[in-house]
Design a protein around this ligand. Structure first.
Ligand code: SF4
Length: 490
């Protein structure tokens, strides 16, 4: 039986033993012209709309600096702020749970479901729930789940993971979605009208909001000072998921905490403008407690699950912890020349694009996702647009080094990508450059034996010609030129 990698390799005629799975996915993605067009059109639109949102570059820079400071301050005080968040949430009646791993987080959610004899959950958009693999876990335990964000609902119908952290169905165009709806709801006439398609989804979702015993959501900012959970959204499904069911469970990473309520407006302003080019989103929810006596709506129980999943390990490195400043706006993704060509699925991770390139290998280990660090041209567009000034390109470089370093560091999987043959080549290269005599001899020999250099140099030459060494070294050329000039003068 073939595994996924082998199947993909057969489709692309690539020898499977040589190509890691990521490269196969990339080759397949590049071969899919429709998906590439969908991404190109969507990203061009997002980039130009974001530009329009920040007409004043000075204001943008000031806001970026301010937001970077807010996030850096939160991280500096992270252990204390988390304790303060727990204390204030608990005082507000929100039950706080800590999970070191995704499995623990899933079990916490499952236990709450079991306690309420709940067999169904309705979900607002949450990338952390994707990270946890919550849907599959719940399915395995007999729990029905329903995504209520329109994009996520479309993916649930298509049985696909998101390809973008803010717009999960960005890889699909209107025709593809219309076809999918017609396949899933054959009783409804085929339409490509967006309003009609939305209406169909809304009709399915409405009833579920009222009948679901548990609602799940993510968190954009958790305010330590007040124990408030902030949720940014456009469809109102987040508000429905967190207010209509009697139990609300919010899941989030431990890095999402901010110190004070006044920290939220600047972050919110730069988040919405960077993400979807909106001055504000349609909904901004602040959840501070379960339903109080005398209130007519709201859940009777609110739970907050704080997930670590490798974040503490990232936090322990003073340079790499900058990764945790991320507010998940997706601007780096939208501006990435690699992402726009290969799309989100090729990364094979929850978080694609530049943020995925730095977050995923640190979270799961370089031995698992280290190859993602190669999915960058280091052009720096991501660092330039990041609203909290994460030096993404520098972190990619650092992770490349972590992958091949000889000694071990606190980064998960450090040294796991080191190849003895490559290390030897670089050692020889360094030695040759330190000793001029050796350098001259080496380049001379290489020039003399240029005919023996193979025309295929691994994957590098699969899309380009191998360079041919010049018949003479630079030193020889210069020497000849000088001696010709001297002869001419004489
Ligand atoms: S790394 Fe920066 S640009 Fe990318 S998603 Fe995070 S905050 Fe946005």
């Amino acid at each position: 039986m073939q595994n996924n990698q082998q199947k993909a390799a057969v489709e692309t005629d690539i020898p499977v033993f040589k190509i890691p799975e990521f490269k196969v996915r990339v080759v397949n993605a590049l071969a899919n012209e429709e998906v590439r067009n969908n991404f190109r059109v969507a990203m061009n639109g997002l980039m130009s709309r974001r530009l329009d949102m920040f007409p004043d570059t000075e204001e943008l820079e000031n806001l970026r600096t301010k937001c970077m400071g807010i996030r850096a301050n939160s991280l500096t005080k992270l252990p204390d702020l988390l304790q303060q968040l727990e204390k204030n949430c608990t005082a507000n009646g929100i039950q706080v749970h800590w999970a070191e791993t995704c499995e623990q987080a899933n079990h916490i959610v499952l236990d709450i479901m079991k306690k309420h004899d709940a067999k169904m959950m309705v979900k607002g958009k949450s990338m952390v729930s994707e990270e946890m693999g919550m849907n599959h876990f719940m399915e395995d335990h007999g729990i029905e789940w329903l995504e209520s964000d329109l994009g996520e609902y479309i993916l649930q119908l298509a049985e696909e993971p998101p390809s973008h952290i803010v717009m999960p169905t960005i890889h699909k165009n209107r025709k593809q979605i219309a076809k999918l709806f017609f396949e899933k709801f054959p009783e409804i006439p085929y339409t490509e009208d967006v309003d009609e398609l939305t209406k169909t989804a809304r009709e399915v979702l409405r009833d579920k909001f009222y009948s679901a015993p548990v609602g799940i959501s993510g968190v954009n900012f958790a305010v330590a000072e007040t124990g408030t959970l902030c949720l940014v959204e456009n469809e109102g499904n987040g508000r429905m998921s967190t207010t209509a069911p009697p139990v609300h469970i919010a899941v989030t990473g431990i890095e999402k905490v901010v110190e004070k309520l006044v920290d939220v407006p600047p972050l919110y302003s730069i988040l919405t403008r960077s993400a979807t080019a909106q001055p504000v989103t349609t909904y901004f929810n602040m959840i501070s407690s379960p339903r109080k006596n005398g209130e007519k709506d709201g859940p009777k129980e609110v739970h907050l699950v704080l997930l670590d999943n490798g974040r503490s390990s990232i936090y322990s490195d003073p340079e790499l912890l900058e990764t945790l400043r991320c507010i998940r706006c997706s601007a780096c993704i939208n501006h990435c020349p690699v992402y726009v060509r290969i799309g989100g699925h090729a990364y094979g991770t929850t978080y694609p694009g530049p943020i995925g390139t730095i977050f995923e290998p640190q979270k799961s280990g370089l031995e698992i996702h280290g190859e993602l660090t190669q999915a960058s041209s280091l052009c720096g567009a991501c660092s330039e647009v990041c609203p909290v000034k994460i030096p993404i390109a520098d972190i990619i470089n650092r992770l490349r080094y972590e992958g091949i370093r000889q000694d071990k560091s606190t980064t998960k999987g450090s040294g796991s990508r080191r190849k003895t043959s490559e290390a030897l080549i670089w050692k020889a290269w360094a030695l040759a450059h330190k000793k001029p005599g050796m350098y001259r001899f080496g380049t001379k020999m290489a020039a003399r034996m240029r005919g023996l250099i193979p025309s295929k140099l691994g994957p590098w030459t699969s899309v380009r010609k191998a360079p041919k060494l010049a018949p003479q070294t630079l030193h020889e050329l210069m020497k000849n030129r000088v001696s010709k000039q001297n002869t001419g003068k004489n």
